[in-house]
Design a protein around this ligand. Structure first.
Ligand code: FMN
Ligand code: ATP
Length: 319
């Protein structure tokens, strides 16, 4: 898969194109990408994605933009797995945001990307003030010689699949629903770093995952599986929170206690898959009370996996 930064960076081939943020690469995105890939094969052209960095909402409202579902690296890996041939990552800056719909079509789609067929979602809007729509694209396509196709809405149980819906499910603790929308469990990936080494003193040493971002779309205590280093589909209890029992005002921490494992994971890169939320984080009166709570969490994790055998086949698929 080829990756370009910016539309003027030598995309010299005509292509079948789709555009969007693709945060999380959920089932709606996957359905759209399957259509793009099929059309690209039919026309003998590369299946191409144009996405933006930062996301437009992060550019316009950095303080209120929602947390990302995945890192740029994971997005690229998921797009590659979906059969995309090339990706153009366009910096979203003041100049780009200011392009009106006509200029966007001419400079970006026609001259920059050399689009021959454009596949978009049913709600796609573009250009300054989000003024451009499907009709504008069709009209321009007739003028410039490209075709445009809008994909019908991809739904799961009557609900439109969207990155926002996945975020809302995660925020509400409806992890199984997020899994249905994504088509696989939500993942946090990162390197294991040193924590405060309190966990081992209460019998629950944890792998602390280094996070780049300071916000995540979910919080609390979860049943998870962990892959990476020596671990393959290891079962664990994960905590995403601020550890109020230890002190006030601590930074957000993602940590996992891996059941039935003892060993050194420092410096390993782990993927933590979230299957089920057990509870919210709590401030306990003592470390003993915290220890008892984590012990119960581990029992609950075992019980959850024991009563949900379907996760076994899913973790084989997505491990
Ligand atoms: C399954 C699990 C549940 C946890 N629940 C809470 C909690 O409810 N409240 C809290 O303050 N900390 C909670 N923690 C975080 C602990 O405070 C943390 O693991 C401990 O401080 C060890 O930190 P360290 O890895 O830096 O040594 C939880 C951790 C795990 C693994
Ligand atoms: N459920 C869906 N059905 C059809 N097309 C979709 C669906 N979800 C997204 N798309 C399309 O995929 C492309 C990329 O989507 P994008 O990531 O920008 O939006 P989204 O997933 O709807 O996220 P958000 O919730 O932030 O709006 C767009 O063309 C969009 O219209």
């Amino acid at each position: 898969m080829r990756i370009f930064r910016g539309i003027r960076a030598h995309i010299s081939e005509p292509c079948v194109l789709t555009i969007g943020n693709f945060d999380g690469v959920h089932l709606g995105h996957k359905a759209l990408l399957a259509r793009v890939r099929a059309k690209a094969a039919e026309l003998g052209l590369p299946a191409t994605v144009l996405c933006f960095e930062p996301h437009p909402r992060e550019y316009f409202a950095p303080d209120t933009a929602p947390p990302r579902l995945c890192s740029m690296w994971r997005k690229l890996a998921l797009l590659q797995a979906a059969g995309v041939d090339q990706i153009c990552v366009q910096p979203f800056n003041a100049d780009f945001a200011d392009l009106d719909a006509d200029t966007f079509i001419r400079q970006v789609l026609v001259e920059g990307m050399q689009v021959r067929h454009l596949m978009i979602g049913d709600d796609f809007r573009f250009g300054r003030g989000r003024n451009g729509d499907f009709e504008a694209l069709q009209e321009a396509g007739a003028r410039y010689g490209f075709s445009v196709e809008a994909m019908g809405t991809e739904e799961v149980a009557g609900e439109r699949v969207s990155s926002s819906a996945v975020r809302e499910a995660l925020q509400a603790g409806q992890i199984e629903h997020a899994t249905r929308l994504l088509g696989e469990p939500f993942v946090v990936e990162g390197w294991v770093q040193h924590g405060d080494k309190i966990g081992r003193t209460i019998g629950f040493p944890t792998a602390n995952i280094r996070m780049r971002q300071q916000t995540l779309p979910l919080s609390g205590i979860f049943a998870v599986t962990v892959d990476g280093g020596p671990l393959k589909h290891a079962v664990g209890a994960a905590s995403i929170g601020y550890r109020p029992t230890i002190a006030e005002g601590l930074a957000l921490r993602v940590e996992v206690f891996i059941l039935d494992y003892s060993g050194d994971l420092y410096g390993e890169r782990l993927s933590v898959r979230f299957w089920h939320k057990l509870r919210d984080e709590k401030k306990y009166d003592s470390l003993d009370a915290l220890k008892a709570a984590i012990g119960k969490d581990c029992d609950d994790v075992r019980a959850w996996f024991a009563t949900h055998p379907e996760y076994l086949s899913l973790r084989e698929q997505h491990g």
